[in-house]
Design a protein around this ligand. Structure first.
Ligand code: UD1
Ligand code: UDP
Length: 350
């Protein structure tokens, strides 16, 4: 088959890596990069760390408002699809690149396969929630990462062609952790020690686009007093700079890390504080306490099992909530295993 794998944002490269490797040799796969993320640290570095070949088609769309960015992507993707005539379009997750790929393909009647289908936060102020719902409902093949996601697909009448494959990020981290831990230079470079620091990331619109909330979060995390390493997403960097927000002394900001350095930081951290979807999963896989600075999550099982604590970003006393959070000793297997091979088996049967 001729397959378009459409990616554009950092977490999508991470989901693409094991699948692209498995598809090569079996199918004619085109890696199509929309250019949603374009900084070296957000894009090329992740490709390099994961050994993903350079994109076959790079659309270089860049940043923009929701509709402008999605619209430009759709126009360029439609052109590429008309030219190359793929038999299958694979989209990942819930970004604007996901929606643009799905909508461009749907209007051309090209079958769409959605990886990470069935996630819902039930919070429509997130652009991602709109992207996911719309993508699921125009896709032909839905790969659910968890049983909850599978149940949601069934409840929305999408049972046919839904497959419980597990989460492909399990395979990415499994393939990379040993290699990453052989070169833990980031630990000495940042002068930190095993389990003596927290790892922080923030990039959700409702946490960083409102300077009052961003300030409040950093002030609360300053009260934690423990060391916090904070690789800053470019969206957040811009807000910190434009609003001259002061960084508390215990928080050390860095550039976005490469994937290998980032999973080393996760591995050696004491706990992880985040609003990222992917990082909540990695915290669980690495058995790290995770504090999610959101009032809801798509990864409900991690909360139900006691490994993830949801903290409303506007709450006071965030630091004491973080300090008193204790995780259980055991874990179930929420995200599955051998996910890529399960996915490829289904793809080969199409
Ligand atoms: C996007 C996704 C989000 C995902 C996140 C992963 C949507 C709606 N959101 O959010 O679901 O969790 O990626 O990181 O698709 N910027 C740069 N350099 C870059 C990329 C972005 O400077 O390489 C800055 C620009 O100012 C841009 C802003 O970050 O306007 C936001 O980027 P955008 O891709 O629109 O959204 P993210 O917040 O990255
Ligand atoms: N990540 C990374 N460097 C960083 C921060 C995150 O490589 O500095 C990786 C992380 O390991 C995870 C993914 O990026 O696999 C999560 O992406 P992000 O938080 O940008 O988006 P989300 O998952 O929330 O959509």
């Amino acid at each position: 088959m001729k397959i378009f794998s459409i990616v554009g944002a950092r977490p999508q490269f991470i989901k693409l890596a094991p699948l692209s490797e498995a598809l090569s040799g079996q199918h004619q796969e085109y890696i199509v990069h929309t250019g949603q993320h374009y900084d070296y640290a957000m894009s090329e570095k992740i490709f390099e760390d994961l050994g993903i070949r350079k994109p076959d088609i790079h659309l270089e769309i860049g940043s923009g408002s929701q509709a402008a960015q999605t619209g430009k992507m759709m126009i360029a993707l439609e052109e590429a699809m008309i030219l190359q005539k793929p038999n299958l379009v694979i989209v990942f997750g819930d970004t604007n690149s996901t929606l643009a790929g799905a909508f461009a393909a749907a209007k051309l009647n090209i079958p769409i396969l959605h990886i990470e289908a069935g996630l819902r936060s039930y919070n429509k102020s997130m652009p991602e929630e709109i992207n996911r719902i719309a993508t699921d409902h125009v896709s032909k093949y839905l790969f659910a990462p968890t049983q909850t996601a599978m149940n949601i697909l069934k409840a929305e009448g999408l049972k046919e062609h839904s497959y419980l494959t597990g989460d492909i990020m399990v395979d990415t981290i499994k393939n990379s952790l040993e290699i990453a831990l052989k070169k833990p230079t980031i630990i000495s470079a940042l002068n930190i020690e095993d389990k003596k620091f927290n790892l922080l990331t923030l990039h959700r619109n409702y946490n960083v686009d409102n300077p009052a909330i961003l300030k409040h979060l950093l002030m609360e995390l300053g009260r934690l007093e423990e060391k916090i390493i904070f690789p800053v997403h470019p969206r957040t960097k811009k807000m910190l700079k434009d609003n001259a927000i002061a960084i508390p002394q215990n928080i050390e900001i860095t550039e976005p890390q490469g994937y290998l350095d980032f999973i080393v930081l996760e591995h050696y951290s004491n706990r992880i504080i985040t609003d990222s979807g992917g990082i909540q999963k990695e915290a669980y896989i690495l058995q790290k306490p995770c504090i999610t600075l959101r009032s809801e999550t798509e990864w409900v099982e991690t909360v139900q099992e006691g490994w993830n604590l949801l903290v409303n970003p506007t709450d006071n006393m965030i630091s004491s909530k973080i300090l008193s959070f204790v995780t259980p000793v055991i874990q179930q297997d929420i995200f599955g295993k051998d996910v890529t091979s399960k996915m490829v088996k289904v793809i080969n049967s199409i």
